[in-house]
Design a protein around this ligand. Sequence first.
Ligand code: S3P
Length: 467
Amino acid sequence: MKQGEQITLDESTTSTFGTDEIIHSNGWPLSSQLSPALLGEVDLPGDKSVSHRALIFGALAVGETRIDGLLEGDDVLATARALTAYGVEIVRDGPGRWRVWGTGIGGFKEPASVLDLGNAGTAARLLMGVATHYPFATFFSGDTSLRGRPMKRAMEPLIEMGARVTTRSGCRLPLSLIGSTQLLPITYTMPVASAQVKSAILLAGLAAPGKTSVVEPSPSRDHTERMLTHFGAEISVVNDAESTRIITLTGQPELAGQKLSVPADISSAAFPLAAALIVPGSQLLLRNVGVNPLRAGLLDCVHEMGGEIKLQNARNLSGEPVVDIAVVASPLRGIDVPADRAPSMIDEYPVLAILAACADGQSRLRGLDELRHKESDRFASILSGLLAAGVSVSNEGDDILINGRGAPPPGGAKIKSHLDHRIAMAFLVLGLACRDGMAIDDGASISTSFPDFVDLMSSLGARIENV
Ligand code: S3P
């Protein structure tokens, strides 16, 4: 996108049912090869979760919100386009620097077309919460991956609050949601830990009178709660004895435009971090990485595996904790990852599986049913990708068992990425340490969260090539 460019919703960004299959059928095949030591200091892309929320809360606030460090990946651009379809003015001032002129809660206009959210599950579920404020229909769709993902979990509480929803069979996109000007505040107990669903409810609750509460049996990432506080909403969080979290929002606040800085995404930092751990002699400094405790479970795993990482220069960025991470190539040992750690590292299992494949001994990754509902069925993608690379791997129910041999597997396989950026990047990282490298059929999805992945990794010494 160009500087000063106001984003518009044109034909190329809307109503493209089916065209993603055509685009992706050619794909972007990539391979990674055994690489020399990765060395350098790295600035990583902005946090995807925080970037979506910065745009959405900016749009719901009154007046101007200035954002720097915004992730300019396809997923976040899909949110920006959807907000412009609702009549919100958004301008890009320069790389990562964006301004949003918020309309206030209730100030959106009816979109003239379907919101095509591409691959972005967070955009779909959070914007469903916002759409609940309006008595008109919003139509949601996305790419093949997003159209296959479950929406029932977000629809149910929103219907309880007063929304009417029609979907394709199986509660999948495309769906239409008609909201209400008389939303009911609810208390909702989450059946699964999901920050997207929690956020959809809290976003809907912004327009409801009184108090909307979400009860979380196990805590999920709290960027929405932090950002709501930053924008001036009244929100309380109570942790009870059984580690249940109860979040209560007072509805109909006046949110005021803010200045926000987005930290680098720990979920993106995870790829160079893992690569540095498994490629001998590597040494990297990853700057400005968000380490929200409800996101940083991977760092606990790396410590337990014996990986040498140091967190330096701890500070706060717009309500989020950040550090610089120094990482050095290290021998790793297998670990047992408890199921209750999953919400704090749910997006990091593909790359953790790569580390476990190179570690000494068995790793058991417990309680991973949720991985079946991500951009792809990551549970299956991890098992089949590791098997193809020559790793001894199996599952017992929702646990994945990986038998590392204290060295990288031979590799030499080409795996399917299934429109899943994290599967694509994880297996490219594995290939950097394998005698025979690794290949993926299609890296196009990488641009959803880490558009410069190939260039950045190459600048550190990684051998990743088009094939
Ligand atoms: C996200 C929440 C998680 C995560 C996703 C981003 C968010 O999804 O996997 O990549 O920004 O709220 P769930 O809410 O489905 O766990």
